[in-house]
Structure formats: C-alpha cells, structure tokens
Design a protein around this ligand. Sequence first.
Ligand SMILES: C[S@@+](CC[C@H](N)C(=O)[O-])C[C@H]1O[C@@H](n2cnc3c(N)ncnc32)[C@H](O)[C@@H]1O
Length: 216
Amino acid sequence: MTGRYLRDTRDGYDATAAAYAGRFHDWLDRKPVELAVLRSFAGLVGPGGYIVDVGCGTGATTAILARHGTKATGIDLSPNMIGEARRLNPELDFRIGAMAHLDLGDETVDGLCAWYSVIHVPDGDLDAVFAEFHRVLRPGGYLLLAFQVGDRPRILDEAFGAKVSLVFHRRTPQQIIAAARPHGFTPYVETVRECDDDGLESTPQAFLIMRKPTVS
Ligand SMILES: C[S@@+](CC[C@H](N)C(=O)[O-])C[C@H]1O[C@@H](n2cnc3c(N)ncnc32)[C@H](O)[C@@H]1O
C-alpha cells in the first residue's frame, strides 16, 4: 500500500476531524435512503452480528448499525477522527488502523462496512483492500460500500480552512464490482441515488452490498 496516500489521508482527516464532526456527524439523520441501506445491511448481518466499520470517521454509521442490534465497532486511519468517534459515541469501541492491514483474525467478522472510505484508496491499492476484506469476513458475510459515482477524482488542497492533500476517487458500481469479484465477492444489492441539491453533493451516490459466498 502506498505510504504517501496513507499519510496524506491521515493528515488531512487529522487536521479537519473536529470541523468534520460538527458538519457531518448528524448528516445521516436527514438521509432516508442511506438510513434504509444501513438498516438493510444490519438486517442481513443479523442481531448480534459482528460488524467492523472500516474508515468509520466520527462513528456515525457505527452507531446506526449498533442501534439496529448488531455488535458494531469502528476502525480508522486518523487518530483525531477516532478521538471524535470516541467522544461522540462513548458506548462503542473504536481503534486506529488501516484497511489493508486489519488487526483481525481470518473469517472473524460477519459484516464489513466501508462507508465513503475506499474513496480514498487509489486504483492500484484496491486489490490489497479487497483481499483484506475477504480475509476477515466469514463465509456468507456481507460487505457494504458507499461511494460517489463518477469517472474523475476530486482533489482537495483545502478543507475547513486547513491545508490538506485529499483525493476522492469517484467510481461506478461496475468498477467496484469488477475490483471485488476476483477476490470472491458477489454483488447482492446495487443502489444508486441521484445527487441531492443541498449544495454539498456534486455526484450521484452508490451503495453496494456484496457477499462472500459460503463456498468459495
Ligand atoms: C469521507 S470520511 C468518511 C467517514 C465516515 N465513514 C462517514 O461517513 O462519516 C473517510 C474516512 O476514511 C478514513 N480512511 C481513509 N483511508 C483509510 C484507510 N486506508 N484505512 C482506514 N481508514 C481510512 C479516513 O481517515 C476518514 O475518516
């Protein structure tokens, strides 16, 4: 995995974690489609199922998945995002970690949520990420991905008044499925909603649930 991408992403979110929490932590409360997707994912994993929310940020999705009866925990690259997640969700467990090197045993996870976090992974590193997701998921487990749809990355050198170097890779569901399939994932739910005109979005949004087959 490319060290520069990891460092830039970590530093970018470290510099903006508090402002990000203020702007986005309650964001999903106003997003009925996203809430339905998260509820469906929690339902597929089942009551008490162990979900790891990778790239959890401030833990907003971790909390929603936990509210739907799963045992959800969060992992994120950015220590300051993990700090916000712990502050905002003191009842839940959060750890610092990188998605291509998860500190989890083989086939120990029932569901893996990567909600707008593989968006920062360059194309050349997606293979390592899907291999790692496949390693930790148990056979029959589910993978949820959310990402912006598009064919060109968005590059930010400033966010919330801080200097950052963040790349947001926009992709199509077909591109993500093509990257995940060689690792054994099969698509299960594919949802794309149009861009909301709230001044914050500029692309359609994709929500993809894939499954690790019981026999691979
Ligand atoms: C756009 S934010 C989304 C946060 C959260 N999922 C949400 O929807 O509010 C992307 C998050 O992914 C994390 N991230 C990016 N690359 C990562 C990696 N390789 N490993 C772990 N976390 C990563 C970032 O630190 C950041 O907190």
